[in-house]
Each structure stands twice: as C-alpha cells, then as structure tokens.
Ligand binder design. Structure first.
Ligand SMILES: O=C(O)CCC(=O)C(=O)O
Ligand SMILES: [Fe+2]
Length: 250
C-alpha cells in the first residue's frame, strides 16, 4: 500500500509465482486439483516462446541467434540459476464504495505503474480490461484492448540497459475499470518474466547510434540503474534483480 496526498492506495491483487517446475513448488492436488497438469505445459510453452523471441531479438540486434539463448539457458530449471518466473494473477472484484471501511481514506488500484525488471515479459490477459501502457516519450496512457489469443511482449529494464535504451522498458499499470459492472468482476492474467541466468555475462551488443534522437527514458519514482551503465556498474543480472526487489519491496 502507498500513500498519495493522504489517501492510502491499496493494490487488489493475488499472485502465485512459479520459478521451477518441480512437484514441490506446485500447490497440493487436494487444494487445487489438476493445477500442475495445466500449469506445467503452460510454463513450457511460455519458455519455448521466450526462446524463439530471444533468438529473433539477438538476430535483430546483430549478434548470433544463439547468443541470447546461451545467457538464458536456465529458465524454469530446478537448479535455481535463473530467476525467470511464471506469475498467475487474480485481481478480485473492487468493493463498492458503500462497503469500504473508510471510503475517503482508501483508493483501490490493481497494479501500480512500473516497468518489469528483466529482459521481457509475456502477458496473456482475459477480456476484463484495465491494462494500460505508457507511450514512449509521452505522458499518455494507452489502454491495451483484448485480442483473443494474443500475447503482449513488454520489454524490461534489463533489456533497456543492455541496449542503451534502444528498446526502452515498457511502463504499464492495471487500473480499476470505471463501470460498476466491470469493477464487480475479477480479472485474470498470466505473466511470464524472462530473465537472464543470474551469473551470466551478457554479450556486448554492436549498437549503432539511433537515426533520430532517442525518446527521454521513463523516470520512475524509484532510482534504477542509469541506462548505459549496466556494464560498468552492475556485476551481473542477479545484482540488478536483487537491487530492484529491494527498491520495490523493502
Ligand atoms: O495483470 C497485468 O496485466 C500486469 C501484471 C504486471 O504488470 C506484473 O505483475 O508485473
Ligand atoms: Fe508488470
């Protein structure tokens, strides 16, 4: 919960994170029947899709297609060397105004504005709405509509630092819908956060100067590592991730 001008902003969100596919990390069959039967193939599919995108990304950035795969080799493995995560999200219905404890003191949101920390995030959402992205170089928020079967790819902070902001981190949030009918409904989303292996050395990229001036990077309320300084100030991706977790959750 955060406070803005005396009003407590409360995030209404439940999440279940999966970083390895071992049976020990799954909820008990009696608690959530058939969870693993569905979650494991989904995690495999999202890992494989990430691998395809990593190869395309490497190719587009001028390094051999296998170069990005090599530093993301541990996704969903049980040895704990890669922090990639599949997150199952449920946003509960928003309590109507007359059922709030102190309606004047509490404002609800679903997910505050942020950029994800890693290479990129794959996002599959239901049709309830509320996801918004901040357009680069602008203060405007754009609603992300529902396209059945579509997966949104969001570039992360690490990719932004790695590419000297050629691919800026996509700032996004999930707002509470305006209408009483949609507010009274829950929302579901699956996010797959693709991260490099914690100890991997990230290959230097042969970046060319952009033809047009780069848009100003997003200035979040926290202090991320300055873009361009990844190779100088960070020892590896694990340090970046630990720092961002500390800043967000400390
Ligand atoms: O629910 C969503 O659409 C986005 C969730 C998200 O941004 C996150 O968990 O980092
Ligand atoms: Fe996010």
């Amino acid at each position: 919960m955060s406070h803005v001008t005396g009003v407590a902003l409360q995030e209404l969100r439940h999440s279940f994170n999966i970083t390895t596919l071992s049976a020990a990390t799954m909820p008990a069959q009696e608690e959530v029947p058939e969870f693993a039967k569905h979650a494991v193939p989904l995690a495999h599919d999202l890992t494989n899709l990430s691998r395809v995108l990593l190869q395309a990304l490497a190719y587009a950035l001028g390094v051999p297609p296998a170069a990005f795969l090599a530093c993301h080799s541990g996704m969903m493995q049980s040895d704990g060397r890669n922090p990639s995560t599949m997150r199952l999200l449920y946003y509960p219905p928003v309590p109507p105004d007359d059922e709030r404890p102190r309606a004047d003191d509490v404002a609800y949101t679903r997910c505050g504005a942020h950029a994800d920390y890693g290479t990129f995030t794959l996002l599959a959402q239901d049709s309830e709405g509320g996801l918004e992205v901040k357009l680069n170089g602008s203060d405007k928020w754009q609603a992300v509509g529902h396209l059945p079967g579509a997966i949104l790819v969001q570039s992360g902070e690490l990719l932004a630092a790695w590419t000297a902001n050629l691919l800026p981190a996509l700032v996004h949030r999930v707002v509470v819908p305006a209408g009483a009918y949609t507010r009274a409904r829950g929302r579901h989303c699956v996010a797959f956060f693709c991260h490099p292996d914690a100890e991997a050395a990230l290959p230097a990229l042969p970046l060319r100067a952009p033809a047009a001036p780069a848009p100003p990077p997003y200035t979040p309320p926290y202090t991320p590592h300055a873009h361009l300084t990844l190779h100088h100030r960070l020892l590896n991706a694990a340090h970046h991730l630990q720092k961002r977790f500390r800043e967000t959750y400390a």
